[in-house]
Design a binder for this molecule. Structure first.
Ligand code: ADE
Ligand code: ZN
Length: 322
């Protein structure tokens, strides 16, 4: 097992990490009936589209700045408890707007949660603002503009999540131009629900240093070579991929094949309780299901730090801990 290894996570959606017990108590507080999206402490969904709906339902029981501080602190405490030294959280100020809380209050709650967790355990965290593809290009551009204009030093990256089958990457490229010009790190969900073409679109049109998932690049050997040559880092989430049926089982999952082809890979949990996983389980799976040694797992953790959206001084300090 990997409990003795230091851990890093680059790809976890904040609301997707909401512990079911916390969601239940939040729902009680706001008198929300949870029977449509959770039962016996398990979030309910059957496919990717239903997962996105359940994700929004869960998100709706986090309503105030304090709720977001609590959620953020709870997840970072959990990560620190398993030896995690650095976390990038994917957050959606646009969601804060949609629920009437407001983007600034949402971000200020999340930031307070980061400071509280850091004060207790020393865990470092940064924020990746995301646009959600299924709400359309305009909202994704708004999210990029928000991130670009923000003076919150914890915001260091920009991402696009959501329904990958909606539109093409080209429709959203402007958002990434805005984020890149503002000096933010760039990553994008691609090659999860859609195939290799989506990864090719992402690298051609967005030029990200990292890709969320990207695992379906394995369907195109030339593309795998391109990723290796470019040094693009994949934020791989094996447990999520199996839960969503992207691959039928861990034996068919391309984590090792991609790594062996020279692609830079990292380990991540995506939306842990939705997918019956955790960062601890992803690290354990790297050992038990994929057969990686401690040295090989540490190499992935080092790759994650090298690709992290942080200042160089923090990067050096983190690398020194592995
Ligand atoms: N939003 C939250 N989790 C996601 C995932 N796995 N893919 C795309 N969008 C998401
Ligand atoms: Zn994701």
């Amino acid at each position: 097992m990997t409990s003795h290894l230091r851990k890093v996570e680059l790809h976890c959606h904040l609301e997707g990490a909401a512990p079911p017990s916390l969601t239940q108590s939040q729902a009680q507080k706001y008198n929300v009936d949870t029977s449509g999206f959770m039962r016996d402490g398990i979030y309910l969904w059957n496919d990717f589209a239903e997962f996105l709906v359940a994700y929004d339902k869960v998100s709706e029981v986090y309503r105030t700045e304090e709720d977001y501080a609590l959620l953020t602190e709870a997840y970072l405490d959990e990560l620190a408890g398993i030896g995690t030294i650095y976390s990038e959280l994917i957050v959606s100020p646009d969601h804060g707007d949609r629920i009437g809380l407001g983007a600034d209050a949402y971000m200020s709650g999340v930031s307070a949660g980061i400071r509280a967790a850091k004060a207790k355990s020393g865990i470092e965290a940064r924020l990746i603002v995301t646009g959600e593809r299924h709400f359309g290009p305009e909202r994704v551009i708004n999210a990029a503009e928000y991130a670009a204009k923000s003076d919150n030093p914890l915001i260091t990256g920009f991402n696009m999540a959501g329904e990958e089958r909606m539109g093409r990457v080209a429709d959203y490229a402007r958002a990434f131009d805005i984020a890149r010009e503002a000096g933010l790190g760039i990553t994008i969900h691609a090659g999860e629900i859609c195939g290799a073409f989506s990864v090719a679109d992402a690298i051609d049109l967005v030029k990200p240093s990292r890709i969320g998932h990207g695992v379906r690049a394995v369907e195109d050997a030339d593309l795998v070579k391109r990723l290796a040559d470019l040094g693009t880092v994949l934020e791989v989430c094996p447990g999520s991929n199996i839960a969503l049926g992207v691959f039928p089982d861990f034996a068919s999952h391309p984590l090792r094949a991609l790594r062996d082809a020279g692609v830079r890979v990292t380990l991540n949990s995506d939306d842990p309780p939705f997918f019956h996983t955790s960062l601890k389980r992803e690290y354990d799976l790297a050992s038990t299901a994929f057969g990686f040694s401690d040295d090989e797992i540490n190499a992935m953790t080092r790759t994650a730090i090298e690709a992290a959206f942080v200042d160089e001084e923090t990067r050096r300090a983190l690398l020194a801990k592995i």
